[in-house]
Design a binder for this molecule. Sequence first.
Ligand SMILES: [Zn+2]
Length: 78
Amino acid sequence: MKNNNCESCMMPLSKDPGQSRSEQYCSYCFKDGKFTYEGNDVNEFKKGSYAEMIKKGMNPIMAKFYTWMIGFAPRWKK
Ligand SMILES: [Zn+2]
């Protein structure tokens, strides 16, 4: 079964405006064959993602919701 959400940030890959050339990750998380954030601290990743969403003009309530969703992404499962 094909996963249609980014395994790092949970964004639907169908909404990905870029080209990550990955079936698992969106172009925000994965670029040129590597992760844009290479650490393994989900909280740090969430903070960066939230800031990005706000910068793109997203409603803070939606941004908070999407940030919360990141915690369920396969990449961060221990
Ligand atoms: Zn992603």
